[in-house]
Ligand binder design. Structure first.
Ligand code: 3EB
Length: 336
C-alpha cells in the first residue's frame, strides 16, 4: 500500500486511504473537500462536500494539512481552521428562490471577508467556487455572470482592490443544491502572477457580463517552509477569447500552454521553478468524462509521470469550454 506523506500542504485521498491520512494528520487538518458520492459529514474539521462526479472513482478528497496544530473558527455559515500562516475555510450556501443569485453571493462573500478580517487573515490567497446550475439564465442573466457581479461588489464593499487583491480562483458548475465556496487566506498578501498570453480576467471586456471575474491567474505564497504557486482554473483562452470550440484535444493543448506560461512567469519573477523538485497537484474539470484518457496522456507528456490528478465532471463557466485545469505547485520541506 502506498505510504501517505502527511506533510503540510495538499494531499489527495481516495475512499480507501482517507482514514489513514486523517489519522496521521490528527489535530493538524486545516480543511477537507470531498467530491463524488456523498459520505458522512465530518463535523470535527472544516470540511465541505461537493456534489460533482469523480471520473474513474466513487469519491476523491482534497485534504489540507498543517505542520502545526490548528485552531477552529466559525461565524454563521463560515467554518475555518488556521495555523499562524494560513487559514482554510468553507461555506455552503443554500439556494434561495427569493433572492437573486448575485445578492446571495454578495452576502456570503461579505461574510467571508468579515470572518477573515476578524481573525487577522485578510488576504484571500486561493478560492474555489462550486456553483449549481451555472448556465441557468436567471431573469435574463446567466447565473455565472450574476455570480461574477456579486463577487465583484463584495470585493468593492469590503475595501479590496479588484486587481492587486484578486486571489487565484476556480469557478465551475456542480449539480443542483448548495453553492460551495472553499478558500485559503493569510495574514500576509500573496504575490499575484498574470499570464502574458491572456488578458487579465478582471480586465475582460464587458461583453462577458456586467462585471468581470475577480481573480488572478496565479498567486504565490509561502507558509510552513513551503513555497506554493496556486494556479487558477485555466482553460483554452487566448487574449480574452475561447479557442478551439468543439475540439477537446486542441483545448487541452492550449490549456497546457497557458499553464506553462503562468509557471514560466512565476519563474521569471524568481519565485518558484516548477521544473525542479516541485510537487504538482492537478484538478481537471471535464464537461464530458470520455476525454479523461486523452487529457491524462497530454498532462503526463507535459509534466512527467508523477503528478497527482483528480478528474471531475463539471460544467465550465463558458459554454464553449470543454475543460479547465488548476494546479498547486509546492516546493520546500514537503516529502513526497
Ligand atoms: C477563464 O480563464 C476561465 O470566475 O473565478 C477560470 C478560473 C475561470 C476562475 C472565476 C473563471 C474563474 O476565464 C474561467
Amino acid at each position: 500500500m502506498q505510504q501517505i506523506a502527511a506533510a503540510a500542504g495538499v494531499h489527495y485521498a481516495s475512499t480507501a486511504n482517507l482514514d489513514t491520512l486523517l489519522d496521521e494528520c490528527r489535530g493538524r487538518i486545516l480543511g477537507m473537500v470531498g467530491f463524488g458520492k456523498p459520505s458522512p459529514a465530518r463535523r470535527d474539521i472544516a470540511s465541505a462536500w461537493v456534489d460533482m462526479p469523480v471520473i474513474g472513482a466513487d469519491r476523491a478528497y482534497e485534504v489540507w494539512a498543517s505542520a502545526d496544530p490548528v485552531q477552529a473558527g466559525t461565524s454563521g455559515r463560515v467554518r475555518s481552521a488556521r495555523n499562524a500562516q494560513i487559514l482554510f475555510g468553507c461555506v455552503e450556501i443554500p439556494e434561495d428562490p427569493h433572492t437573486d443569485y448575485d445578492a446571495l453571493i454578495y452576502d456570503d462573500y461579505c461574510r467571508i471577508f468579515d470572518h477573515l478580517d476578524d481573525l487577522g487573515y485578510p488576504n484571500l490567497i486561493r478560492i474555489w467556487h462550486y456553483l449549481p446550475d451555472i448556465h441557468l439564465d436567471e431573469r435574463a442573466l446567466e447565473r455565472y455572470k450574476r455570480f461574477s457581479l456579486g463577487r465583484h461588489e463584495a470585493f468593492v464593499a469590503k475595501g479590496r482592490a479588484i486587481s492587486t487583491d484578486a486571489p487565484a480562483a476556480s469557478a465551475v458548475g456542480k449539480r443542483s443544491g448548495n453553492t460551495v465556496i472553499c478558500f485559503l487566506a493569510a495574514p500576509r498578501p500573496g504575490i499575484p502572477i498574470e499570464n502574458p498570453r491572456q488578458v487579465s480576467a478582471y480586465a475582460y471586456p464587458p461583453q462577458d457580463g456586467p462585471r468581470g471575474p475577480t481573480f488572478s491567474r496565479a498567486l504565490f505564497t509561502s507558509w510552513d517552509d513551503l513555497r506554493q504557486l496556486y494556479i487558477s482554473g485555466t482553460a483554452a483562452i487566448f487574449g480574452h477569447r475561447s479557442q478551439h470550440e468543439g475540439d477537446a484535444g486542441a483545448q487541452a493543448v492550449e490549456t497546457i500552454v497557458n499553464l506553462r506560461s503562468v509557471m514560466d512567469e512565476a519563474h521569471a519573477h524568481g519565485l518558484i521553478d516548477v521544473r525542479r523538485n516541485t510537487d504538482l497537484s492537478f484538478k481537471v474539470y471535464l464537461r464530458q468524462p470520455e476525454f479523461r484518457a486523452m487529457i491524462e496522456a497530454r498532462l503526463r507528456e507535459a509534466f512527467g509521470p508523477s503528478p497527482s490528478i483528480i478528474y471531475l465532471q463539471a460544467d465550465i463557466c463558458r459554454r464553449e469550454l470543454l475543460l479547465e485545469i488548476e494546479v498547486v505547485c509546492a516546493t520546500g520541506s514537503q516529502e513526497s
